[in-house]
Design a protein around this ligand. Sequence first.
Ligand code: RB5
Length: 146
Amino acid sequence: MAEKIPIGADHAGFELKERLKAELRKLGYEPVDVGTNSTESTDYPDYAKPVAEQVSSGLAKRGILTCGTGLGMSYTANRFPGVRAAVAWKAEIAELARHHNDANVLVLPARFVSEDEGVEILKRWLETPFDGGRHERRIAKIERPT
Ligand code: RB5
């Protein structure tokens, strides 16, 4: 069965989201679109929350978000326990976010990457494994209150 990947965007990320959905389908994944559905102005937390919730609860293994800078989406998603949302504007950052940080939400800054760059970043993030080892200890510390 195809892996379901929740994906969300605000108005600034809407067009990139549509392209990413098509690429995900080509790669054999099933994107689960939480909106938005147009370029009409809207609020990024309304889309970051349902994606982060699905990852935090374990319903989905990973999720994808995009807004203008990626920042609002990442601030919102990273408030959910167990969510590690990484803003990536280059494929190398997505790769390191997987290798070192086990990033389970990819956030793309739609106003700062082309659609083709977005697809390249997405592919690198999807295919890169977590290194584990010393990085496990560091990730565990993120969730600890002190
Ligand atoms: C929308 O104009 C913009 O503020 C939003 O897409 C995002 O960049 C916020 O962090």
